[in-house]
Each structure stands twice: as structure tokens, then as C-alpha cells.
Design a protein around this ligand. Structure first.
Ligand code: F1P
Length: 347
């Protein structure tokens, strides 16, 4: 059963409609673990889903690159539920990984954009993201739609498993409901600023993207978008891993983008920013509105409205996508058709 919508949120009655989840409810409630299988940008959505589902639902989640999962010999049982994430619904690595998992009895929940695609057809249940056709090859609005559905999925499952308090559940539903107007705020207020930052750094040879917790997958996605659209080498890293190697890269020529929205990791991320500043790295930050500490520390800042830390990645990824977009434009590249990339990777 595929939900004919991407899932619906009713804040008046504090309910979430996600019929694909309902149809495999018993399997999910009994699942020993959830395995998330995806590639590229969709994998980053899956990594964030791992953090959120484990936090809210207290169930073991693993995230696998389909391109590895399909070739190795993973242990899969009929007690596993697989969430397959794919914009195109045709990615060969993901499809073959699912065929293998299905033979071993796993239940598959598909999250795809293209209605009737191969991954939708092989799934036992699922939801469509309905993000519309991507005009460009690089996945952007598909990513935010995937995150929104995965957040609904986690909240609904947490409610069913009784692993979330009523207050937190209601709070998160309202936070999710407020996302569209907060995205609108970014688009109305930050475009010129992000464009100016793009002009300033367009000639850099390398970028580093850092984040902790829920913002770590956004650091990975920020780096991937820059690579895909502007052909600048970029690496995404957990900010706390810096000291284990990458800090050797930092000098006065390296732009370092911190996803530093206010969350329970904020104090730690501030000290990571200070470490970069002490080594003369060019500090660029995505910060929550009103965060004067980050504003003072960073050389350049992109502001997003404040939000609960579980919901905030839906906002902090927007400046990352826009920064990559404007740098690509400034470098005179075709941002809709990056070289060497295909919309559907079917081999
Ligand atoms: C996965 C993906 C995209 C990326 C590029 C190549 O596709 O890696 O994330 O932007 O287009 O394919 P999908 O399985 O989400 O369709």
C-alpha cells in the first residue's frame, strides 16, 4: 500500500496519516531493527532518519549504502524492516539490494518520488514524496520532501510504540507544521546574503563542511551539493572528528562551513568553531536567528529561523543548497545539468 500523499499532518487533532506505515504496522512494531538503504543524497536523508528514529522510537537502525549492501553478504532476516529511499525509484544499486533483501524475507517500505517506479513496485508498502519533477539533476527538493516524510514516519512510529511523551509529540507536530513559513522566511531574507558569500568564495579549491548530531548529515549533503554543482572539492565531516585528522588541512585559504544551529550540541560546536578560527580557517556558519555567539565568531553567516533540533535540518539544508547553486552560477556552470551525472543511475 503506497500512501497516495506524502503523509498528512493534522495539527488540530494531533494526528499523522501515513497509510503505508499502517499497512506494515505489526512488522514495524515487532522489528528487531530497521535497515535504511539508499544512495547519494537519499543516503544522507537516511542517515538523519537513523538519528531521529533511534532517538524517538528506541529501535535499532542501520544505514547502508546500497552500492555496498548489494554486493556484500549482509545478515537479513524476516524480522528486519527495510526503508528504501530513492528520488527516481530506479537506482539500480538500491533496486538490486532490495531484491536480495526480499529473498531473505525482509519487509520493504519504499520512499520514492516517481509514482509506479521500480522501487515502488518491489516495496511491500511505502509513501510517495510527491516533490514534483526535479528540474536539475542534483537532488534538492526531493531531499527536503524525504526528510519531511521520514520525520512523520518517526513521529507516528514513536506514538505507536509509546516511546515519546504527549507533550514532545505535539510540540514536534507543530514544529513540523511551521516549516513552510520558515523556509519562506529564508527565501525572502537570505538570498542576497548567500549570493554575496558565493561570490566571495567562488574561487576556493576546497571546502570543509562540519556539523554534529542532527546537523552532521546536513554537512555531508552540503559538501555533496557543492561537489555536484560547482565541481569544487568538498568534504563533509563530523565536527568532533576534526581533531582525528582533517584539522591538518586547515589554513587561511580553507573555507570551513559549520552547520551551527542552536541545539543540544551547540556549546561543543562553538568550541569547534574556535579551534578553526585559531588556525586561521575561513569560518562560514549556518546559524539560528538570534545566536549572537556564532554571529560574532564567523566571518560570514547564513541565518535560519530557530526550530526544534530534530526539525532544524529541514531548514539548515536550504542555505547549503543555495550556496552550491550560487557558486555554480558564479563559476558559469550549468547547475541543472552537472557533467558526468545522470538523473537515474540505472547501472
Ligand atoms: C541517488 C543519486 C542522487 C544524486 C544523483 C545520482 O538517486 O545518488 O542523490 O543527486 O542524481 O543519484 P536516487 O536513488 O535518490 O534517485
Amino acid at each position: 500500500i503506497y500512501d497516495s500523499f506524502r503523509g498528512r499532518l493534522d495539527v488540530e487533532h494531533n494526528t499523522i496519516a501515513l497509510s503505508g506505515l499502517d499497512s506494515i504496522k505489526d512488522k514495524l512494531m515487532a522489528a528487531r531493527r530497521i535497515i535504511i538503504v539508499a544512495c547519494g543524497t537519499s543516503w544522507h536523508a537516511g542517515l538523519l532518519a537513523e538519528y531521529i528514529i533511534e532517538e524517538l522510537c528506541r529501535v535499532n537502525v542501520e544505514v547502508e549504502y546500497a552500492s555496498e549492501f548489494r554486493y556484500r553478504n549482509p545478515i537479513i532476516t524476516s524480522e528486519d524492516v527495510i526503508i528504501a529511499i530513492s528520488q527516481s525509484g530506479e537506482t539500480a544499486d538500491t533496486l538490486v539490494a532490495l531484491e536480495n533483501a526480499k529473498k531473505q524475507g525482509a519487509t520493504i517500505f519504499g520512499l520514492v518520488n516517481v509514482v509506479g517506479s521500480s522501487i515502488a513496485r518491489i516495496s511491500d508498502a511505502g509513501a510517495y514524496t510527491h516533490a514534483g519533477p526535479e528540474i536539475g539533476v542534483a537532488s534538492t527538493k526531493a531531499f527536503t520532501a524525504q526528510l519531511a516524510v521520514l520525520q512523520l514516519f518517526a513521529l507516528k512510529l514513536a506514538k505507536l510504540k509509546n516511546t515519546i511523551s504527549e507533550d514532545r509529540y505535539v510540540h514536534l507536530l507543530h514544529e513540523l507544521n511551521a516549516v513552510p513559513e520558515k523556509v519562506q522566511w529564508i527565501l525572502e531574507n537570505e538570498l542576497e546574503n548567500i549570493k554575496a558569500i558565493a561570490i566571495k568564495y567562488r574561487d576556493a579549491n576546497d571546502f570543509l563542511y562540519l556539523g554534529r548530531g542532527y546537523n552532521f548529515p546536513i554537512a555531508l549533503e552540503g559538501a555533496l551539493k557543492l561537489k555536484e554543482i560547482s565541481y569544487i572539492h568538498a568534504e563533509g565531516y563530523p565536527a568532533a572528528e576534526m581533531k582525528h585528522g582533517p584539522i591538518a588541512l586547515v589554513d587561511s585559504t580553507l573555507p570551513v562551513v559549520f552547520i551551527a544551529t542552536k541545539d543540544s550540541y551547540h556549546e561543543k560546536i562553538v568550541s569547534n568553531m574556535q579551534e578553526i578560527k585559531a588556525r586561521k580557517g575561513r569560518l562560514i556558519a549556518v546559524a539560528s536567528a538570534g545566536d549572537t555567539i556564532t554571529l560574532e565568531l564567523a566571518e560570514d553567516t547564513m541565518i535560519v529561523p530557530a526550530a526544534d533540533e530534530i526539525i532544524a535540518p529541514l531548514l539548515s539544508v536550504i542555505p547549503m543548497q543555495l550556496l552550491a547553486y550560487y557558486i555554480g552560477i558564479e563559476r558559469d556552470l550549468d547547475v541543472d545539468k552537472p557533467r558526468n551525472l545522470a538523473k537515474s543511475v540505472t547501472v
